[in-house]
Design a binder for this molecule. Structure first.
Ligand SMILES: [Fe+2]
Length: 173
């Protein structure tokens, strides 16, 4: 076979390094638990839901550092017991970045399930960007050492805040 590049998507061109640019956020597997058509909401936490409250904030940027305005981010993750809702939309929701590229997700810290470290899934895309499917991770998580999907460039900055956690992560498309 000599046509090894013809089946690559056109978005591969965006991976060309740019002077003084930021590194692209790496893509990761969507896994088996994505559900389309999620509700639009920034708060996934529901009354009586078990789990440590978590606030995640950050920005979606182009690799020249400019904000991606109106990018869609679709988040989903397991509940406090490590279980996904594969019937409804519990702990699933999409939102759009504001005029500075900010997003804000209120939720709970996901529980653990077999063979994986702690993580949040997200799919995102701006109007003129690639579609990024990736995952976000916690530092100091013992399972990071052996999880085969984990990548250190996807670690959030996490601090304890009263009864909950506050985390930050910026994406570069
Ligand atoms: Fe997962």
């Amino acid at each position: 076979m000599t046509t090894q590049t013809t089946d690559k998507p056109a978005t591969m061109l965006l991976l060309t390094p740019q002077c003084a640019g930021l590194d692209d956020t790496i893509g990761q597997t969507e896994g088996p638990f994505y559900t389309p058509n999620t509700p639009e909401r920034t708060n996934l936490r529901e009354d009586g839901m078990a789990g440590t409250p978590l606030l995640v904030t950050g920005r979606v940027l182009n690799n020249d550092g400019s904000p991606v305005i109106g990018a869609i981010l679709d988040f989903w993750h397991a509940d406090n017991d490590g279980v996904y809702d594969n019937v409804g939309y519990r702990l699933r929701g999409h939102q759009f970045t504001d005029a500075e590229g900010n997003y804000r997700l209120e939720t709970i810290v996901p529980g653990l399930y077999p063979d994986r470290t702690r993580h949040i899934h997200v799919i995102m895309q701006g109007q003129n960007t690639r579609c990024l499917t990736t995952q976000m991770y916690w530092p100091s998580e013992p399972r990071n050492l052996w999880d085969e999907i984990f990548h250190p460039s996807l670690l959030m900055q996490v601090t304890e805040n009263g009864d909950g956690q506050v985390a930050g992560f910026d994406f570069v498309l």
